[in-house]
Design a protein around this ligand. Sequence first.
Ligand code: ATP
Ligand code: MG
Length: 372
Amino acid sequence: MPPVQDTQFFIGLMSGTSTDGADGVIAAFSANKKRPEVLAQASLPMPPALKTLFLELNATGHNELEKSCLAANELAHLYARVCQLLLSRAGLAPEQVTAIGAHGQTVRHRPDLGYTIQLNSPALLAELGQIAVVSDFRSRDVAAGGQGAPLVPAFHEALFGTQKPLTVLNLGGMANISILHPEKEVSGFDTGPANVLMDLWCKQHTGQEFDQNGQWGKSGTVNEALLHFMLSTEPWFRQPPPKSTGRDLFNQQWLNSMLSAFDHEVAPQDIQATLRALTAQTISDAIHAYAPETREVIACGGGALNSRLLRELAERVNCPVSSCEDYGIACQSMEALAFAWLAWAHCHRHPAGTPSVSGARHKTILGAYYPA
Ligand SMILES: Nc1ncnc2c1ncn2[C@@H]1O[C@H](COP(=O)(O)OP(=O)(O)OP(=O)(O)O)[C@@H](O)[C@H]1O
Ligand SMILES: [Mg+2]
């Protein structure tokens, strides 16, 4: 492990359940500053063939061991290209960076069975980038009996503090909340789908990967009966925290089975509007039940760019809904910054595994270290 200096640079890389791409940040961590300073950000789209492969690997299939390794290697090449962009934008050399925190691509998340898989090739990334890599952040918490997710609440607490009751909401493929409160331990959990179902439906009907600014869904009307049917049919929504979810549950099959069981004709745009309402409703239900004192919801992740979704949520909670952009952090950079922080935490032997969030038996130091 390198000696600790006053200012250290870390890279964070995130490729989430939306499988839309890899987001990265490079940030300066100073001993005398509470918040890391973002020096540069960069994103690259997931190559379509790699996206298809990852989606295929979410379920059991032919030759999946080899396919997983090859997909992981390709992801490392994508990550390395994001790192190059970050270094050139920040004007830094690889040897100035203490470590990269690289999440990998989740293809299975089964803490109930004792495992979670983020495909990644940290050794190859260390080789390509000539920078140390910290990866596999979730397994240690799962080994301690936790959900291994969400990992970001401890980071949100470090970033925003706990001066007033706040909820930080990440709108990626799935939605997760971090509940910050001056008198309580940080908590947080997944609330269900954020964009994943809307993305699937949008792709099926418009050919677009996602509904830009929620434009297509805006033309539809929420079907209250379908919304109620989905909320009451899916038992996961009623499960108390700690809980986490992924494409293992909320996927094309889930959507198909809900729509066919509903047995009423609903126009495609109305289904899109209803899926948006499902996201807003499950988040607001979670906030009402577990964070009723929240005075502000700070939204981040790609879904925070969907203004209609944020409005829908604001109508359902009793406080303002802002975006992390109001705090100087781009929506798509927040999760990447969290993984830079998790790499920093690993290198400083800071236990970022938080039992009050994940349900683990004890705190753990997250991640595995691959020297440059
Ligand atoms: N301009 C936009 N308008 C509406 N939705 C958007 C926009 N940009 C991105 N999105 C949505 O955000 C999604 C990607 O968000 P993000 O990268 O934060 O999620 P993710 O990759 O699943 O990450 P994570 O799992 O870490 O939360 C896209 O799939 C899309 O649904
Ligand atoms: Mg993404």
